[in-house]
Design a protein. Structure first.
Length: 396
């Protein structure tokens, strides 16, 4: 996806919001249909049947017929794709969409003539039943066949063109790097570099806390509450933009410098699940786990790997993360006591000292698989250390 900032005027923004409302309405109807599905009732309506029902609905509802059929059909297509991803086990079940959260729509069957250049900084794109809308041309527009228009919680519009990401060629030096992801240090490389994902500055974080406290006391439905929500959304959008920018630059730098990039094989979605449990079986340390989840997400663990796989396809290798933080990268001895603190590693066998995250990154760079009983790498002599019931989170 190549994304650009969108700048519609007041009249066209109303039309864009109408498209968003139609797409959300059709999506929610599809979710409701799926929720009523039961095995004994027969199969739930598929994409073709829902398209037929959409045609009937447009005949009966003038306000729906006034909208773009392309936008509405693509909402059904997006739902069908979401359900297929759910059945494959890669995504969660689609849920209802709320106004102001994830607003957007997709347009297909477009041609290069639907985009025209105004000058060096600005271009325009033609949207069905809206007209020409300008966007900021920060880079060349790629070849595309569809695009998606979105509006975030901060009220900013974006247009994203569906295009195959450009692959960064390898340097051809044969260099291998290990990447260890953490919380105190976002990324530690086997070369000794420690990288930090930028977030909100201390003053901005304090401003966000004050706004959230005031929001908790604001009356629902009031203008003051709406203004506070917009201010909070802008601050959070600022942190998101910085995180995405950091992930883009870091992934591009790694893809240009190294032929092979080895990284921990972590299921970030599982790591960031809530620990609150149920009423019958409540979880433990729920607030601490929630704080850890926020830190993991704020450091862009999954985003960095996604962009690496886009820019360096076939050159990203995932290594099992078990015991990489407890193994000495110098002698191979594995012991929990070697990691004296979050930042310091001192091998109890050979006395090797290093930054704990850098030591883990060097183990990842080697790519050796640790066995499940707390010993050394498979195929090498095993250090008979006491067994551990569960390895700790790497880099935490």
């Amino acid at each position: 996806m190549a994304r650009y900032r969108f700048y519609p005027d007041a009249a066209r923004e109303d039309s864009l919001l109408t498209h968003c409302g139609h797409a959300r309405y059709v999506w929610n109807l599809a979710v409701e249909q799926q929720s009523h599905y039961r095995a004994w009732k027969g199969p739930a309506p598929g994409f073709a049947e829902q398209n037929r029902q959409l045609t009937e609905a447009r005949r009966q509802l003038d306000w729906l017929a006034a909208g773009s059929v392309i936008v509405q059909q693509q909402a059904l297509k997006d739902f069908a794709t979401a359900m297929n991803n759910f059945f494959r086990g890669t995504h969660r079940r689609p849920t209802f969409r709320r106004r102001g959260q994830g607003d957007g729509f997709r347009v297909v069957a477009v041609t290069p003539s639907d985009v025209r250049r105004i000058n060096r900084r600005w271009s325009q794109i033609r949207i069905p039943k809206v007209g020409w809308v300008r966007f900021r041309r920060t880079r060349a527009v790629p070849d595309f066949r569809s695009f998606r228009v979105t509006r975030d919680r901060a009220g900013r519009w974006h247009v994203a063109f569906a295009a195959i990401p450009t692959e960064i060629p390898p340097p051809g030096t044969g260099k291998v790097v290990g990447v260890d992801r953490g919380v105190a240090v976002s990324v530690a490389l086997s070369t000794g570099e420690l990288l930090h994902c930028p977030g909100l500055r201390p003053q901005e974080a304090e401003r966000l806390r004050r706004r959230e406290r005031r929001l908790a006391k604001a009356k629902r439905g009031g203008n003051r509450r709406a203004a506070l929500k917009e201010q909070i959304a802008r601050l959070k959008a600022r942190a998101t933009d910085r995180r995405k920018d950091w992930a883009e630059k870091t992934s591009a730098d790694l893809a240009r410098r190294f032929d092979v990039i080895r990284i921990e094989d972590l299921r970030v979605q599982n790591l960031t699940r809530s620990a609150k449990g149920t009423v019958e079986a409540p979880g433990r340390n729920v607030r601490q786990k929630a704080g850890l989840n926020r830190e993991i997400l704020a450091n862009g663990w999954r985003l960095l790997v996604q962009r690496l796989e886009h820019k360096a396809p076939g050159r990203v290798e995932k290594v099992p993360a078990a015991y990489t933080s407890q193994r000495c990268s110098a002698c191979g001895h594995t012991a929990a006591g070697s990691r004296e603190s979050q930042a310091r590693f001192r091998c109890v066998a050979c006395g090797f000292e290093s930054n704990a995250d850098t030591n883990a990154a060097r183990n990842i760079a080697v790519g050796r698989t640790m066995n499940a009983r707390g010993g050394g790498p498979v195929g090498l002599p095993v250090n008979r250390e006491p067994q551990h019931s569960a390895p700790p989170l790497v880099g935490v």
